[in-house]
Design a protein around this ligand. Structure first.
Ligand SMILES: Cc1cc2nc3c(=O)[nH]c(=O)nc-3n(C[C@H](O)[C@H](O)[C@H](O)COP(=O)(O)OP(=O)(O)OC[C@H]3O[C@@H](n4cnc5c(N)ncnc54)[C@H](O)[C@@H]3O)c2cc1C
Length: 302
């Protein structure tokens, strides 16, 4: 089996930036990733990535990808890592295609995924009206009624996209008022086609082949809202389950030091999957570059 210098897992901002640095250091490396872009592709409006006063998520991902592919990069796209383990001085990586790879070092840049509601009907109607990505699936609900579950920045971002597409947008928020950035909150609250249900929980997704309604409980009172789309925006959980032996915090984030090293020599991590204090595109990108430079130094020493 070929032994790479480095395997980068994930191609969001952290993984792609690590890739650019690895290519420029002429490392012998491989990228294994579910997709290109990660969560950045889900964002409609990005106004805080230096150099762009405004850019959409998909456009920024396109720029990232062009940059990455301008070098000779070996990218296994659409392949999910199922296990990472250090053994006999090398890191072994297994994937859902039944393949195995090995390297002297690894950067885990696998980011986060959407938290699920865990209510009856959610799994049954996934991709049949239940969605976790307004940017990806929003256009399907043109002139239809949709519910957004959540009240933070992700929910507000989804709402600002959907008010331009859907007929009626319901926000189901389980606390007394919306959280998230004040500017987004004001825009959402001012929209004519938005109804906000605070102190409310979704108890079931109902349908017949496709979503038809949701049942909610607002302070003890049961209500049924007729909707064709349900967007679940209740937070994210780290994609760190597949890494063995690496220390994680209570949220499942991989614990790193200020050089992106984990407790296992040769295994580095970067971006949203780690316990880095803020989760932003520019931070993930910076962390990806740091992780690659740390891996480069590690290889020089070993
Ligand atoms: C709706 C929304 C809007 C946002 N808006 C902004 C904004 O305006 N500005 C801002 O700065 N930040 C924003 N963020 C946050 C920002 O998108 C993240 O902080 C950033 O994308 C994290 O980058 P990352 O590379 O660490 O992880 P991710 O972007 O999560 O990428 C992870 C990558 O790993 C891959 N992967 C996951 N598991 C595996 C596996 N087992 N095997 C192989 N590959 C795997 C995925 O396919 C993906 O390519 C937003 C987030 C959301 C959800």
């Amino acid at each position: 089996m070929q032994t790479y210098d480095l395997i980068i897992i994930g191609a969001g901002p952290a993984g792609i930036t690590a890739t650019v640095y690895a290519a420029r250091k002429k490392m012998d490396f491989l990228v294994i990733t579910g997709d290109i872009g990660g969560q950045t592709a889900w964002s409609s409006d990005i106004e805080n990535y230096t150099g762009y006063q405004f850019i959409s998520g998909p456009d920024l991902v396109q720029k990232f990808e062009e940059h990455m592919r301008s070098y000779h990069t070996n990218v296994k796209e659409g392949e999910g890592v199922t296990e990472v383990e250090k053994s006999a001085g090398l890191v072994l990586v297994k994937t859902d295609k039944g393949l195995e790879y090995q390297a002297k070092s690894v950067i885990i840049a696998s980011g986060k995924r959407s938290r699920e509601l865990n209510v009856p009907g959610e799994k049954e109607y996934r991709n049949k009206g239940v969605s976790y990505c307004a940017t990806c699936d929003g256009p399907i609900f043109s002139a239809k009624d949709v519910a957004i579950i959540g009240g933070g920045n992700s929910a507000l971002d989804a709402c600002l996209q959907l008010i331009r597409i859907a007929r009626q947008v319901y926000i189901i928020n389980n606390v007394p008022q919306l959280a998230g950035d004040a500017i987004m909150r004001q825009k959402v609250e001012a929209a004519a086609n938005v109804s906000i249900f605070n102190n409310s929980k979704v108890t079931a997704v109902l349908g017949d082949k496709m979503v038809k309604a949701i049942r909610i409980n607002q302070e003890g009172e049961e209500k049924t809202l007729s909707v064709q789309g349900v967007f679940v925006e209740i937070g994210l959980i780290p994609n760190s389950d597949f890494v063995k032996g690496v220390e994680k915090n209570a949220q499942g984030e991989i614990i790193i030091n200020n050089r992106n090293a984990t407790n296992i020599p040769g295994i580095f991590a970067a971006g949203d999957v780690t316990d880095v204090s803020e989760k932003q595109i520019i931070i993930a990108a910076g962390e990806g570059s740091k992780a690659c430079l740390s891996a480069f130094r590690y290889l020089a020493r070993h």
